[in-house]
Design a protein around this ligand. Structure first.
Ligand SMILES: *Cc1c(COP(=O)(O)O)cnc(C)c1O
Length: 390
């Protein structure tokens, strides 16, 4: 059966050009970037080229501001724990501000720090997941050492006002970190325009390989290391570099730079078609993605009188791959922390599905989804006593 993949916020397929760029570094060009002979220099040059490609994509002043990490998760951990530890050792404060809808890579890192003497404020959000700047202003203390707010949310697609967050933070000389794993390649992500000190990204959300990410560190940002060992990455991240994956991330960044505008238009068009099609054919649905301020391609919807997990399994049998909440919470019956923060009642949260589209999805695929989803929803509802009583 031909499958329709609508789960790009969980991961994306590797672009053929990315694979092609990576392959030589898994065969002939296997050198260690730290060696000074020809093999080593080949690896070193490839790593430097990738660093440059990322710097260009996010408009960093210098490639030296990019540190490669194993994942987006590691980049988040490095930024947050790195600042926390340094400021703690200097006795300059122990308070961190984040939001209640962060990815677990940020949320669970902050919760870990709370167990080790740090205080964390989790900013509330509105019904689409956006923080309020007044809440941020009120949360700032003399002891605040870091503000970490994601650029765009993986579940609802909401875009946070990071440039405004940075303006407020600058008045108080507080560094800002943003998890831009979802926004890179979809929105213009410009670290100068945003004003952030640190920014996390990950290759596998932008048609690169899994297991490689990067942290942008604005020049002058001081933080402790997460990994200790050799002098790799200018003494900031020890461990022999994952050269093939770094090359893949660089190539994915170059493609993102080249194709972003075209992809954006395509994604917006398909998403609008899907949104309209579902609204026209299904009653009792709620949209959790802000139509005015969301990532292109992300559509989060709650279906009343439906259990989301069952809907997803039924859709999977029809070859349509979507997700409930975030991939990490699927499989557990706990409603996602993001949907809870939006104020969605648990019942409605249970019936929530995230469609996340990618560059290769087609109009024909969306037509098929618009045809199949209402039928399955109707079948499932016809078995719901509460629905039949309506
Ligand atoms: C996927 C994702 C991450 C984690 O990145 P990995 O490379 O999978 O560790 C972090 N934040 C957000 C918003 C994500 O979507």
């Amino acid at each position: 059966m031909k499958r329709i993949y609508l789960d790009h916020n969980a991961t994306t397929p590797v672009h053929p050009e990315v694979l092609e760029a990576m392959l030589p570094f898994m065969t002939d060009q296997f050198g260690n970037g730290s060696s000074i002979h020809t093999y080593g220099r080949e690896a070193r040059n490839a790593i430097d080229d990738a660093r440059e490609q990322i710097a260009v994509l996010i408009n960093a002043k210098s490639p030296s501001e990019i540190v490669f990490t194993s994942t987006g998760t590691e980049a988040d951990n490095y930024a947050i724990k790195g600042i926390a530890e340094l400021q703690h050792s200097r006795n300059s404060g122990n308070h961190i501000i984040t939001s209640s809808i962060e990815h677990h890579a940020v949320l669970h890192t902050c919760q870990y720090l709370e167990k080790h003497g740090f205080e964390v404020t989790y900013l509330p959000v509105d019904r689409y997941g956006q923080i309020q700047l007044d809440d941020l202003r009120e949360a700032i203390r003399d002891t605040t050492i870091l503000i970490s707010i994601m650029h765009a949310n993986n579940e609802t697609g909401i875009i946070e006002p990071i440039a405004e967050v940075c303006k407020i933070a600058q008045e108080h000389r507080i560094p800002v970190h943003t998890d831009a794993v979802q926004s890179v390649g979809k929105l213009p992500v410009d670290v100068q325009a945003l004003g952030v000190n640190m920014l996390s990204l990950s290759a596998h959300k932008i048609y690169g390989p899994k297991g490689i990410g990067a942290l942008y560190l604005r020049r002058g940002t001081r933080l402790e290391n997460l990994l200790h060992g050799g002098s790799h990455e200018r003494n900031r991240r020890a461990g022999s570099e994952n050269v093939p994956s770094i090359v893949g991330l660089g190539q994915a960044a170059a493609l993102a730079k080249r194709k972003r505008e075209t992809n954006l238009e395509h994604l917006n068009q398909l998403t609008n078609k899907l949104r309209k099609g579902l609204h026209e054919r299904i009653n009792y649905i709620h949209e959790n993605s802000d139509p005015e301020n969301s990532l292109p391609g992300t559509l989060n919807m709650s279906f009343e009188y439906i259990e989301g997990e069952s809907l997803i399994l039924r859709l999977d049998m029809e070859g349509i791959c979507v997700s409930t909440g975030s991939a990490c919470t699927s499989g557990s019956m706990e409603p996602s922390h993001v949907l809870a923060a939006l104020g969605l009642p648990p019942q409605l949260a249970q019936g929530t599905v995230r469609f996340s589209l990618g560059k290769d999805n087609t109009e024909a695929e969306i037509d098929e989804v618009i045809e199949k989803v209402p039928k399955i929803v109707e079948q499932m509802r016809s078995m719901s006593p509460a629905y039949k009583r309506l």
